[in-house]
Ligand binder design. Structure first.
Ligand code: HEC
Ligand code: HEC
Ligand code: HEC
Ligand code: HEC
Ligand code: HEC
Ligand code: HEC
Ligand code: HEC
Ligand code: HEC
Ligand code: HEC
Ligand code: HEC
Ligand code: HEC
Length: 482
């Protein structure tokens, strides 16, 4: 982790100096402040140590125009006077315990001064009151909840449109607030390894809720293993075991491109990158080469044409549980791939709909390769060996691996020297079986008809005989002999 750690203090200083000179934040637009009469209290060139601290009291309710002061304090490296006052009490757990008589509550009320100074706001010399507006001497009057959105307008607005920031239909609650993901007094930049939203560890923050079965069910979410299955996937292991920052994290797949975590939507929402319409593009952001192959194949072509039957990346690779091909848990591992393909290709009515001749899974399972594969011999051909994985094309397409002119090469990769005749033999035995079953059906019907006719004829004879015996000529019946 060491290499990721950026020395916070010096970075803050240079960044702050630069922002200061550029008149941050009004022009940068990253943090938008309220306009207020405080703006002119001190001019931007004022040296930090000359700023009139008395002015802060008047400006506490209108935070941002205090920037000159905040920046000045940061440059001077001095914690703000207000913070120090508050910390006289709030910096001491012992003191708070003696007042509240409740050690759990005292622990919550304690703010570690050292730690606070290393957080993003603390390092800028934020006074406590910049967030806790209106809190005064002890005993405190009831104070309003901290409004992060007062300064971070953009994030507030984005969150307001996301699933986390809107009252949920089932509970009426907003699922997640700023501090659920960022904490209150431990807020750090996302690039800081200690941040709750640091790329390599942000899943832990999501897991607090998303692995909490009771909480998620209250919100109608039955899948409470999203994080666990992600962690067990090739992506999760890439992130954690290999420390790959390029492995996708929750927000890469669920947040809108570029704006990340604050715009997460439910998957069925067309704004979600995991919505069927966008999922290929989202995976393709990293797997661009494979997306290009997919687009050249029939599956991709049909997907782009809006065919809802065609597979997207996650139809074959699963959602959170995506595994490396070599892993037997993967749906595209040679052991399972025919099941994955036949989920569609053997589906009731599928082949008729597309005019494909026979159920491909059944016929494959009964082929040489299928039988060998079924008994665990992984070197034989599976669907992918003959059709490819992403650039799958119909046999009529000259580029297809199963086009007559390419079969020698396709089969030849495992059967060197295979002859043209053998290679063009029927692979999906059904073509042969279909013919066989045609004869079979004819024979079957022949017998059914012959037997049916014979039975009807026999019963007819008996009935006629009885008729003559009992009705036409009763005198010759058995009774008259008695
Ligand atoms: C003289 C000691 C003292 C000082 C100074 C002090 N506090 Fe407190 N503060 C307390 C105690 C004790 C409590 C717990 C009150 C309780 O539980 O009844 C508290 C509670 C709080 C709470 C929680 C309120 C709630 O309703 O849960 C906040 C927020 C707070 N203080 C912020 C501040 C800020 C900001 C400052 C500086 C402007 C400050 N305090 C200065 C002693 C102090
Ligand atoms: C970046 C904004 C921010 C700053 C700066 C800040 N706080 Fe807080 N503080 C919060 C938030 C958010 C909460 C959670 C409660 C809420 O949302 O109102 C909180 C809660 C508290 C509580 C109550 C904890 C509880 O669970 O009841 C105390 C006490 C407190 N802060 C003291 C301080 C002190 C002392 C300082 C200055 C050293 C300070 N805060 C600086 C944002 C801030
Ligand atoms: C008084 C205004 C103010 C309040 C209130 C405030 N912030 Fe900030 N916050 C800032 C400023 C200014 C920065 C520094 C921006 C920069 O340098 O990019 C900042 C930085 C941040 C960063 C790091 C941004 C980055 O680009 O690295 C996060 C995360 C953050 N704040 C979250 C919060 C949360 C969560 C709250 C509420 C608990 C909060 N802030 C309350 C003004 C505020
Ligand atoms: C669901 C969790 C979550 C919630 C809720 C959340 N954030 Fe964030 N925030 C993140 C993550 C994760 C990042 C890291 C960058 C990213 O992925 O977008 C981040 C980044 C930031 C940044 C750095 C600038 C940026 O956009 O990269 C700021 C500032 C910030 N958040 C403020 C807020 C504020 C203010 C709120 C409440 C209005 C809030 N966040 C709510 C997860 C959250
Ligand atoms: C590689 C992309 C990817 C990553 C990384 C990812 N997800 Fe997902 N997630 C998906 C897809 C695809 C779905 C859609 C499942 C569906 O269609 O039902 C989904 C669905 C969800 C759902 C809705 C419940 C469900 O299963 O349908 C939640 C909640 C969720 N993800 C949370 C997370 C969290 C938390 C993380 C990080 C630990 C994460 N996701 C990481 C792709 C991803
Ligand atoms: C404070 C709790 C909390 C935190 C933290 C949290 N979430 Fe959520 N999230 C929820 C709740 C509750 C829902 C609503 C469940 C629903 O409607 O399906 C939700 C919904 C979602 C959905 C939409 C699921 C769907 O139905 O399609 C996704 C995706 C998601 N969260 C991802 C994340 C990610 C990624 C993070 C971490 C950056 C995160 N969440 C952090 C509580 C949380
Ligand atoms: C029709 C099913 C199917 C679809 C759709 C599909 N894949 Fe695959 N994918 C496979 C198979 C089968 C393999 C195994 C190839 C092999 O054995 O080498 C594979 C392999 C992979 C690999 C590993 C590369 C390798 O050759 O080892 C990646 C990465 C991948 N796919 C990503 C994607 C992405 C991204 C998409 C969407 C653009 C996608 N796949 C769509 C079936 C599919
Ligand atoms: C942010 C980039 C990123 C995104 C988005 C992404 N992946 Fe990956 N993917 C990776 C990386 C990096 C690896 C390699 C991990 C490793 O080897 O440890 C990988 C590995 C894989 C593998 C395993 C390849 C193998 O070796 O067999 C498959 C399959 C895969 N991804 C499919 C997908 C699918 C499907 C999606 C979309 C739902 C997706 N990926 C989204 C970056 C990404
Ligand atoms: C989600 C369903 C689905 C999955 C999974 C799927 N396919 Fe397809 N496949 C389709 C659809 C839809 C078509 C397009 C049919 C058409 O337009 O003729 C198609 C077309 C084909 C074709 C060309 C058929 C023709 O029309 O000539 C082949 C070959 C094929 N798929 C092989 C595979 C293989 C091999 C796999 C597994 C790696 C697979 N498919 C997985 C739905 C699927
Ligand atoms: C040993 C090579 C081989 C294997 C293994 C194989 N196929 Fe085929 N497949 C072919 C050949 C050759 C054709 C074209 C001739 C035919 O229809 O018999 C074909 C045709 C098809 C077609 C019709 C496409 C068209 O354009 O005619 C589909 C769909 C198909 N296969 C799916 C599958 C599925 C699904 C699997 C795995 C369960 C599979 N195949 C396994 C070689 C193979
Ligand atoms: C991935 C490698 C691979 C590919 C591609 C492949 N085969 Fe095979 N094939 C095998 C293996 C291994 C066996 C031996 C199976 C066994 O033990 O019965 C085999 C067995 C056979 C057999 C049974 C007779 C024998 O030699 O045991 C025939 C016939 C056959 N393959 C034809 C083909 C045709 C035709 C193609 C191309 C359409 C093809 N194969 C593609 C690996 C492959």
């Amino acid at each position: 982790m060491g290499i990721f750690r950026v020395p916070v203090q010096p970075l803050e200083r240079t960044m702050m100096t630069e922002l200061f000179l550029r008149g941050f934040p009004w022009r940068s637009g990253r943090v938008s402040g309220q306009t207020s009469g405080c703006a002119g209290t001190h001019d931007a060139d004022a040296r930090p140590d000359r700023i009139d601290r008395g002015s802060t009291a008047r400006c506490n309710s209108v935070p941002l125009p205090l920037w000159g002061l905040v920046l000045g304090l940061a440059l001077a490296g001095a914690p703000s006077a207000e913070a120090q006052t508050c910390l006289t009490c709030h910096g001491s757990a012992d003191f708070l315990r003696s007042v509240t008589g409740d050690s759990a509550r005292a622990a919550r009320l304690t703010v570690d001064p050292e730690e606070f100074r290393s957080t993003v706001h603390g390092a800028m010399g934020f006074s406590c009151e910049l967030c806790h507006a209106g809190i005064g001497d002890f005993p405190h009057a009831a104070s309003p909840r901290v409004a992060c959105g007062g300064c971070h307008h953009r994030e507030k607005e984005q969150l307001g449109h996301s699933v986390h920031g809107q009252p949920h239909a089932l509970t009426g609650e907003e699922p997640a607030a700023c501090i659920d993901c960022h904490s209150d007094h431990h807020i750090r930049r996302p690039s800081d390894p200690q941040s709750t939203v640091y790329r390599l560890t942000v899943f832990e923050t999501c897991a607090v809720c998303h692995e909490d079965a009771d909480k998620m069910r209250r919100f109608g979410q039955e899948n409470v293993h999203t994080v666990a299955s992600y962690l067990n996937s090739v992506h999760g292991r890439g992130l954690i075991a290999k420390g790959l920052t390029v492995a996708p994290i929750c927000t890469d797949c669920h947040g809108k491109r570029g704006t990340g975590a604050h715009e997460i939507q439910i998957v069925p929402d067309s704004g979600s990158p995991m919505h069927r319409e966008h999922v290929v593009e989202t995976c393709g952001r990293c797997h661009a080469g494979i997306m290009a192959q997919y687009d050249r194949g029939l599956h991709g072509e049909q997907f782009r044409a809006g065919n809802l039957d065609s597979p997207t990346c996650i139809s074959c690779h699963a959602e959170h549980g995506i595994q490396a091909v070599a892993n037997p848990a993967s749906g595209v591992n040679p052991l399972h791939i025919s099941r994955t393909c036949t989920a569609c290709h053997d589906r009731e009515g599928f082949n008729t709909k597309y005019g494909i001749r026979a159920a491909r899974g059944n016929t494959f399972a009964r082929s040489f390769h299928g039988i060998a594969l079924g008994s665990g011999q992984l070197t034989v051909a599976n669907c992918e060996s003959c059709h490819g994985a992403h650039e799958i094309l119909p046999s009529s397409d000259p580029r297809s691996m199963i086009h007559a002119s390419n079969l020698v090469a396709t089969c030849g990769s495992c059967h060197p020297g295979i002859g043209k005749g053998v290679a063009q033999g029927r692979i999906h035995v059904a073509s042969f079986e279909e013919e066989q079953s045609l004869v079979g059906a004819a024979v079957r019907w022949f017998y059914i008809i012959v037997i049916g006719v014979t039975v009807v004829y026999a019963f007819g004879l008996i009935a006629l005989d009885q008729y003559r015996y009992r009705v036409v000529d009763p005198r010759r019946g058995g009774g008259s002999h008695a």
